[in-house]
Design a protein around this ligand. Structure first.
Ligand code: TRP
Length: 327
């Protein structure tokens, strides 16, 4: 039986945090047993916003090591560093010739990034969704485990696939978003979701217990004397969501009671969370050490992934060049 192909990628913006773990990596772990998976570090996407070129290589490697420590197994899935497989860029260019600029300019992610970096509006940013489409289509990926915020990009991907198929004959599947459990990890900084680009919002998978404690200490709360139902959004709501996420259900009930009785002690809640989060991260951190200390092993895993991916990519590129009349 042919397994369906899954493709997903994470940008190389430093180490992974809890949001990546629950939002992406846990989903990847569940998929590697039943699908033909390629999991990538998308470094070419990383450089579309301001970044430090002297740190990029180490960031890429940190993510590969995080992937391995989390349990992605190179015997079950292929690990890729995007820029090492040249087909991504070539296919992105070819696909860009059949897709309207106006549609890209309208995408919410492009508009957000323009607002966030008004002095760094570059072609790559506009091109981002085309490159992302090429990531998945290069491998004829059918399923893409990413958060709901990526849905507009998946829509572009499907439009490109349809357009290509109608112009040059059936070639690409129309990839679908694959929803995995625990999509959403709340931020520590009040509202919204945990994000690398929001200072004070995240906990890294490599944080020790002291760091976790310090980060939680800075998370905003209220006076603790408000009473009534636990709020549905904001800092307090997010701390309660984290209790749930880490399956601290009995403590959740206790603190919920305390909240309603106007005698909640947030320091106590934060300590329970600190312990709960650290307990989940400890085995990961122990596995991570093994890979950190064996750089030959990591190098060979990267090389093996590269060779496997190049082989699949080449097949697609031969087909695409031929269909487009380029060979
Ligand atoms: N845009 C994705 C994100 O920000 C990263 C990404 C790039 C990606 N290429 C991809 C995700 C291909 C899935 C498939 O999370």
């Amino acid at each position: 039986m042919n397994k369906k192909r899954v493709y997903s990628g994470i940008r190389a913006t430093g180490r992974l945090h809890l949001g990546n773990y629950f939002g992406a990596v846990k989903g990847m772990l569940a998929l590697q047993d039943n699908y033909d998976c390629i999991f990538s570090v998308v470094d070419l996407h990383t450089i579309t916003v301001p970044y430090d070129s002297s740190k990029l290589q180490s960031s890429i490697r940190e993510i590969i090591i995080d992937y391995l420590a989390a349990g992605l197994d190179p015997k079950k899935c292929h690990l890729e560093i995007q820029s090492k497989v040249l087909g991504h860029v070539e296919l992105a260019y070819l696909l860009s010739t059949i897709y309207p600029v106006s549609r890209l300019e309208d995408l919410p992610t492009y508009k957000d990034k323009k607002a966030q970096y008004p002095k760094y509006i570059n072609m790559g940013l506009l091109y981002y969704p085309v490159l992302m489409a090429s990531d998945v289509l290069l491998y004829k990926g059918e399923l893409v485990p990413v958060g709901i915020d990526q849905e507009p990009h998946l829509e572009v991907m499907r439009e490109i696939a349809r357009k290509f198929n109608s112009m040059f004959g059936h070639t690409f599947p129309e990839p679908q978003r694959f929803k995995t459990d625990g999509d959403y990890v709340p931020s520590l900084s009040g509202g919204g979701k945990m994000s690398k680009s929001i200072v004070g919002s995240y906990i890294n998978l490599t944080d020790d217990i002291e760091t976790i404690r310090t980060r939680l200490a800075l998370a905003p709360t209220d006076s603790g004397k408000i009473g009534g139902e636990v709020p549905k959004e904001g800092g307090v709501a997010n701390l309660f969501s984290l209790l749930r996420l880490f399956k601290l259900d009995s403590q959740y009930k206790k603190f919920e009671q305390d909240y309603m009785n106007k005698n909640i002690h947030y320091a106590e809640l934060k300590e329970v969370l600190t312990q709960g989060i650290y307990k989940e991260l400890k085995p990961f951190q122990e596995r991570r050490k093994i890979f950190e200390e064996d750089s030959n092993l990591v190098d060979s895993i990267i090389e093996e992934g590269r060779l496997k991916c190049i082989k699949i990519a080449q097949e697609t590129m031969v087909e695409v060049r031929k269909k487009m009349g380029l060979s």
